[in-house]
Ligand binder design. Structure first.
Ligand code: ARG
Length: 416
């Protein structure tokens, strides 16, 4: 994408109509990185203009979507794994018109992207948002997430980050087993329809039980994590077309699990228990018990994924790869919008090269943007009827009435 095309994509003159905006975004995309994907740009632009004038939007080609998704990854300022942007596998499932079909495509995404542990970066693109705003929503922030069950004393069993979603599903009739690592069902809502819940077949979710190479008691903590992070609450925006259901995955960086998910105070909060087992003095911060426990937890994550032959990268390698990415992009005369606070690892920051420099950040399109949660506020509406349908042993479908999605403007781009 040339610099001028990139600025055109972000500028919005005040008198523009929504259709004008789609046209200008489309042109910026088609004349930018899309140029390589299309042999006759002027003809394609004329066609797109005509279609937008008629329908308010246009149907992108497979090649446009493939390139658009890859460039959206490349443009995403909060991703440190962008070296591999060209290898993203893009699955076009715009043909899925029922919740069941979307669910099956998500299962297939998990299966093929997991690839027996040799994880393949993948995105599945479902039908775009309609000009009137109707859209498919996957309620889950990721296709694989653990339930969080709040207890009356204020504590939580499982992942507290998913406690609200867990409660929303429970209000719809879902019954969790009450464990620390229960995989949540998928909540899929088709345009104008009620949400439906589907249990993931257990054999499709690859998980890694955590052990430590030198600390035998570590296995007894009963920790585990899923192999595949598939973000499903970000919309993919390409050339004026928005895809609100476009789950994507890469492979994990060890710190996401070891220095956030299992260690943050408001997540699994495992550092005190690990420090206790290590015999550290938790009475004084100066023993650096948190730091030492954090390192051992990260050692355990890397060791266990390696043992299980599941692809993962550590913060040293990924940071170096990101520097390589910047060099490559500079040679291609492209900017690399970057958010320092997301690129630098949450542990041992000063030991990696990305810490010791500054970056420019800019909102370039195509890109991925986080959406507000799709489930309704419990206080905002009262539920009038719930029906639970059990479809088969491993899958359950639930539908609920008067539980309308909350529609609010998209929040800033994030990728956690
Ligand atoms: N931080 C998120 C998690 O811990 C995953 C976000 C995407 N990460 C990735 N490596 N592609 O689940």
């Amino acid at each position: 994408m040339t610099r001028s095309a990139q600025s055109a994509a972000t500028a919005t003159p005040p008198q523009e109509t929504p259709a004008d905006r789609v046209v200008s975004e489309a042109i910026a995309f088609l004349t930018g990185p899309g140029a390589a994907a299309n042999d006759d740009i002027p003809r394609r632009i004329a066609e797109v203009r005509e279609e937008i004038a008629r329908t308010g939007t246009y149907r992108q080609t497979r090649a446009e979507i493939t390139l658009g998704a890859r460039v959206a990854w490349r443009n995403h300022a909060r991703c440190v794994g962008r070296l591999h942007w060209q290898s993203l596998k893009v699955r076009d499932r715009r043909d899925a018109t029922t919740a069941e079909e979307v669910f099956e495509a998500c299962v297939e995404h998990i299966r093929t992207a997991t690839n027996g542990g040799n994880i393949q970066s993948t995105t599945t693109v479902f039908a775009p948002r309609e000009p009137g705003g109707a859209q498919i929503r996957i309620w889950n922030p990721q296709l694989i997430r653990y339930a969080g069950y709040r207890r009356p004393d204020g504590t939580c069993v499982g992942d507290p980050a998913n406690a609200d979603l867990t409660e929303a599903f429970q209000r719809l009739g879902w019954k969790g087993r009450g464990g620390r690592f229960d995989v949540l069902p998928l909540g899929i809502q088709m345009p104008g329809e009620e949400v439906e819940l589907f249990e993931l077949p257990p054999d499709v979710v690859l998980e890694v039980p955590l052990t430590h190479p030198d600390l035998p008691w570590f296995a007894g903590l009963g920790l585990r994590w899923h192999a595949l992070p598939v973000v499903s609450d970000m919309r993919l925006e390409i050339g004026g077309v928005s895809y609100p259901a476009a789950p994507f995955n890469g492979w994990y960086v060890s710190f996401e699990i070891g220095a956030r998910n299992l260690s943050d105070r408001d997540r699994y909060d495992m550092l005190p228990a690990i420090a206790e087992h290590m015999g550290l003095d938790t009475g004084s911060t100066r023993s650096l018990w948190k730091d030492r426990a954090l390192v051992e937890l990260n050692v355990a994550v890397l060791h266990s994924f390696e043992e299980a032959k599941v692809r993962i990268v550590d913060h040293h390698v990924v940071s170096k790869q990101f520097c390589t990415h910047i060099e490559r992009e500079e040679r291609a005369e492209r900017e690399v919008p970057t958010d320092w606070t997301w690129i630098v690892p949450p542990l041992s920051s000063s030991t990696v090269p990305t810490f010791h420099r500054t970056y420019e950040n800019r909102d370039l399109r195509p890109n991925y943007y986080r959406m507000p949660s799709a489930w309704p506020d419990p206080g905002a509406s009262s539920q009038t009827s719930v029906t639970v349908r059990v479809r088969e042993k491993t899958r359950r479908a639930v539908s609920a009435s008067s539980n309308r999605p909350r529609q609010s403007p998209d929040s800033a781009q994030t990728m956690a």
